[in-house]
Design a protein around this ligand. Structure first.
Ligand SMILES: [Zn+2]
Length: 209
């Protein structure tokens, strides 16, 4: 064997030995395994957050410091924002509908549809819970009306689902605690009323919040 050929084979052995001696492959394979599993997790779609309708945010720049939520039923079989607005204007001579939100039952609007009134848009004092001390509930509580007479029928599942979503949004935006969510009849200082109806369970609502 010539000196040149000997050197060539020696180099091959040394190089081969280096590769074998360092054993880099298993480590690299392991790293690849880890990084590929991480990247798979990263591309997983994020948990879907509920989409909040744009009109739930007040359209005016001014926002009241809401501290409570009062839930009502309409006490009627059917209804909608437009219908209550007409009644409250013509019957009560108010500026318009007394509530901030109206949740339909599938009669005059879709079942579970949330309608936003001018009171909420313009952050006006409500007209849904009169007679309280210095009218606190109208000034500081958000009035939500569910269409229906809940002395006779229960709210629909879709109405309750929309109500829960709306309340969660309002709670997170204004830091309203669960103890400050009232039915009209349990609102401190409110006149005696059966609103929001015997078949509306506040306990059941609160258990789902
Ligand atoms: Zn009421």
């Amino acid at each position: 064997m010539s000196r040149g050929i000997f050197l060539f084979y020696s180099c091959l052995l040394i190089l081969g030995g280096c590769i074998y001696k360092d054993e880099p492959m298993p480590k690299i394979m392991h790293d690849y395994g880890l990084s590929s599993s991480v990247s798979k997790e990263l591309v997983k779609p994020a948990k879907t957050l509920p989409v909040i309708p744009k009109d739930w945010w007040p359209s005016s720049k001014f926002e009241r410091k809401w501290i409570a939520i009062v839930i009502h039923h309409s006490g009627t079989k059917n209804g909608s924002l437009a219908i209550f607005d007409k009644w409250h204007k013509e019957g009560n001579h108010w500026e318009g509908v007394g509530y901030d939100f109206v949740i339909g039952n599938g009669t005059n609007t879709n079942n579970g549809e949330v309608e936003v009134t001018f009171r909420w848009n313009d952050q006006k004092v409500g007209a849904h819970c009169g007679g309280t001390y210095r009218n606190w509930a109208n000034k500081e509580a958000i009035g939500i009306c569910l269409v229906g007479n809940f002395n006779k029928t229960s709210p629909t599942g879709r109405q309750l689902a929309s109500l829960v979503k709306l309340i969660r949004f309002l709670q997170s935006r204004y830091g309203i605690s669960e103890s400050r969510i009232y039915g009209h009849n349990t609102t401190p200082g409110a006149r005696a009323t059966d609103c929001p109806g015997k078949k509306f369970s506040m306990a059941k609502l609160k258990s789902t919040l």
